[in-house]
Write a protein that binds this ligand. Structure first.
Ligand SMILES: NC(=O)c1ccc[n+]([C@@H]2O[C@H](COP(=O)([O-])OP(=O)(O)OC[C@H]3O[C@@H](n4cnc5c(N)ncnc54)[C@H](OP(=O)(O)O)[C@@H]3O)[C@@H](O)[C@H]2O)c1
Length: 297
């Protein structure tokens, strides 16, 4: 289908697939601390070594936060931490003026392992003190016929996406609750809400993230800790996400007429982690260019 001839008409659906991937420019990186709203806050981003997590880590650093990035691949988290530490665009004023500790930390951590999670959270708090914001972005993806998905693959996926989110939230959350303040932002998905064939384990894991977000949100609501999630739509990242549809079909189904970029997700994450969202908890914010609301094809 040519989206220009789509059911919403060309007035409401102006883009052809791939016609215009240009989006508003990112904030000028030469202007550090854009708003400074996370200045001197400590932020942990799991899955921060690449893709959306990397963009989220850089966005917090640009707003003045100390950022710890965690994943299983040491070189990737070290590279992002070095990117933050090596540029005056990022990081805390104290770090940038050489009067405080570095504003980034690389953590090798498998979020599905309780001992790794405990060690990572200890390392951050030993270095910087209490964690202000936890972003649970680490995630695995797979697809295959449900009747034959290998048990090990399904377990790995559920243990990373669902258990990893729970373990990190427990370990950081306990300390946030003691302190009476904290922000947790989880990563759900369109598959938290709807079904695609061949994604049983992934959808189950992201459905679990949605419900974890609700339960922790209400349980911790009166104790100063908010728990929310973003649900990204079709985001272009380097890691291949194999699927049954070709790229034109995917783009044609997105009302905004383009895939998202990792940077399309950072604003909503920072909002949920900020004081602006102080009265928001247990919510999942869908960031998908209109995909989930669109009911035609
Ligand atoms: N891209 C999309 O279209 C899309 C759509 C909806 C939701 N999401 C969600 O958004 C999040 C980020 O996805 P992405 O597209 O940016 O994927 P990505 O580029 O593959 O990044 C995933 C990150 O998670 C880390 N990770 C995976 N398993 C881990 C584990 N057990 N422990 C610690 N870290 C682990 C990876 O590093 P290592 O492999 O080195 O550990 C990597 O840094 C995921 O939760 C994903 O489900 C993505």
């Amino acid at each position: 289908m040519n989206p220009a001839d789509g059911p919403l008409g060309s007035l409401h659906w102006p883009y052809a697939p791939e016609e215009d991937m240009s989006v508003p420019p990112l904030p000028d990186p030469r202007r550090p601390h854009r708003t400074g709203r996370f200045t001197d806050q400590t932020v942990v981003v799991t899955g921060g070594g690449r893709g959306i997590g990397r963009a989220v880590a850089l966005a917090f650093a640009r707003e003045g936060a100390r950022v710890a990035v965690a994943s299983r691949t040491r070189e990737q988290v070290e590279s992002v931490a070095a990117e933050i530490a090596g540029s005056s665009v990022y990081g805390t004023r104290a770090a940038n003026t050489g009067t405080g500790p570095p504003s980034s930390l690389a953590l090798r951590c498998d979020v599905s392992r309780a001992d790794d999670v405990r060690a990572a959270v200890d390392q951050v708090t030993d270095r910087w003190g209490p964690i202000d914001v936890l972003v649970n972005c680490a995630g695995l993806f797979s697809m295959g016929d449900s009747e034959s998905v290998p048990e090990a693959d399904a377990r790995a996926l559920l243990e990373t996406n669902a258990m990893g989110t729970l373990l990190m939230s427990q370990e950081a959350g306990r300390r946030m609750l003691e302190r009476g303040r904290g922000r947790i932002v989880n990563f759900a998905s369109l598959l938290s809400f709807t079904a695609f064939p061949g994604r049983a384990a992934y959808a189950a894991s992201k459905g679990a993230v949605l419900q974890l977000t609700r339960v922790l949100g209400v349980e911790w609501a009166a104790r100063g800790v908010t728990v929310n999630a973003v649900a990204p739509g079709m985001i272009r990242v380097e890691t291949p996400h194999p699927g049954a549809l070709d790229e034109d079909e995917i783009v044609a189904r997105i009302p905004m007429g383009r895939r998202g970029r990792p940077e399309d997700i950072t604003g909503p994450v920072l909002f949920l982690a900020s004081e602006d969202a102080a009265y928001v908890t247990g919510q999942t914010l869908v960031v998908d260019g209109g995909w989930l609301s669109y009911g035609y094809l």
